[in-house]
Design a protein around this ligand. Structure first.
Ligand code: PLP
Length: 398
């Protein structure tokens, strides 16, 4: 007997489950469009050139512990990257700590919400959203709820529904908003719509928690992609932001990210930092060195930074091109239905609108692995696999 025989098996994460099935499939035709990670035209993982160059410079760097809140240059550069000129002169009412990538930033922020916002404050996430938002709230003991986001029938944003849910939520609720390239739908509010969202959030005293997993990776333009966070900042919100360098630097496994909290009160900042450090200390003591050093090196060197921006344009450009190729291939095959959402959506993912039954058909017959929700990682496709995928969709919807 064991103390642990009653431990129930946890459900498999839907994304990880599909990726495991892909790995186990011996078919030579198999295609993986389930995982949210960039692949090059040869369907291979890609290490950015700016990262390689930074790695050469860092060879032999010490392995000493970092401060509990991470590398100061990394933290400042992260806040500046996201908030841009908007934050000039306002640094003293912001606190940034290095985190275990975007996930760690969301987790630390949600713990802070539980401890220091009024009891019962609910965290709202879009329906649908990155599944981990709800896992994190649940595991952190914070009530979470959904707000309307996607119109499944018309494959677009349900903006009226979103605004209505923001109005209906209790004043002072936290709203997780995706900075850009919404995961999983690839569907973002327009600039005008962001303005209205900010109006309603202000009226309702809601608190934006901006999840920034794709800055620069959506449009290839770092400033354009940061629009929503800067808007909230400029409008004077107290807010949270979680930054991930997984996608835009290709640093997935290095776990480089940052949490920033913006306050109205400069005096509150040292106390907030002290509490964030307490939580970090109790959870994992200090963050990992390598990824944050790479980011700080690239962001701090004009030549490497320029190279990075160029590579962001290449990665996002390839994704935009593949989107267009997929759309054209579906039109060329006269696949019934309107597929224009594929080219209207932005970022790594397209929400195809395929039903779970159609997805299952494609996975079984074509060995193309996508999520049951119909989410496809465009980055997993290339000019070679697009025609094959378009054939599979044509077959599945006919
Ligand atoms: N938030 C969103 C919306 C994401 O899509 C992701 C990654 O897929 C993350 C956060 C966090 O990723 P990571 O912890 O790898 O930085």
């Amino acid at each position: 007997t064991s103390l642990f025989t009653n431990v129930p098996l946890a459900p498999v994460d839907p994304i990880i489950g599909v990726s495991q099935a892909y790995k186990a499939d011996p078919s030579p035709n198999k295609v993986d469009v389930s995982v949210g990670a960039y692949r090059d035209e040869q369907a291979k993982p890609y290490v950015l050139k700016c990262v390689r160059a930074a790695e050469e410079r860092l060879l032999g760097a010490t392995k000493e512990y970092l401060p509990i809140d991470g590398i100061p240059e990394f933290n400042l550069a992260s806040a500046q990257l996201l908030y841009g000129k908007a934050m000039n002169g306002q640094e003293k009412r912001m606190v940034t700590v290095q985190t275990l990538s975007g996930t760690g930033a969301v987790r630390l922020g949600v713990i802070f919400i539980r401890k220091y916002l009024p009891a019962g404050t609910t965290v709202y996430a879009s329906r649908p959203t990155w599944v981990n938002h709800h896992n994190i709230c649940k595991e952190s003991g914070v009530p979470s709820a959904e707000y309307t986001y996607y119109d499944n029938k018309n494959n677009c944003l349900n903006f009226e529904g979103m605004i209505a849910d923001m109005r209906a939520a209790p004043n002072g609720s936290v709203f997780i908003l995706h900075l850009c390239a919404h995961n999983p739908t690839g569907c973002d509010p327009s600039k005008e719509q962001w303005g209205i969202i900010a109006d309603v959030m202000a009226e309702k005293k809601h608190i934006p928690f901006v999840d920034c997993a794709y800055q620069g990776y959506a449009s290839g333009d770092l400033d354009n992609d940061a629009y929503s966070a800067r808007l909230f900042f400029e409008r004077g919100f107290e807010m949270f932001s979680a930054q991930s360098y997984s996608k835009n630097f290709g640093l997935y496994g290095e776990r480089a990210g940052a949490l920033t909290i913006v306050s109205h009160s400069e005096a509150a900042i040292p106390k907030m930092l002290s509490q964030l450090k307490m939580d970090i200390r109790a959870m994992y003591s200090s963050p990992p060195t390598h990824g944050a050093r790479l980011v700080a090196t690239v962001l701090g060197d004009p030549a490497l930074r320029a190279l990075w921006i160029d590579e962001l344009k290449q990665m996002s450009g390839r994704i935009l091109r593949v989107r267009k190729e997929l759309y054209d291939a579906l039109v060329a095959r006269n696949v019934p239905g309107d597929w224009s959402h594929i080219v209207k959506q932005i970022g790594m993912f397209t929400y195809t609108g395929l039903s779970p039954a159609q997805v299952e058909y494609i996975v079984k017959k074509y060995h193309i692995y996508l999520l049951a929700s119909g989410r496809v990682s465009i980055a997993g496709l290339n000019s070679k696999s697009v025609p094959y995928f378009a054939d599979a969709i044509a077959d599945a919807v006919k």
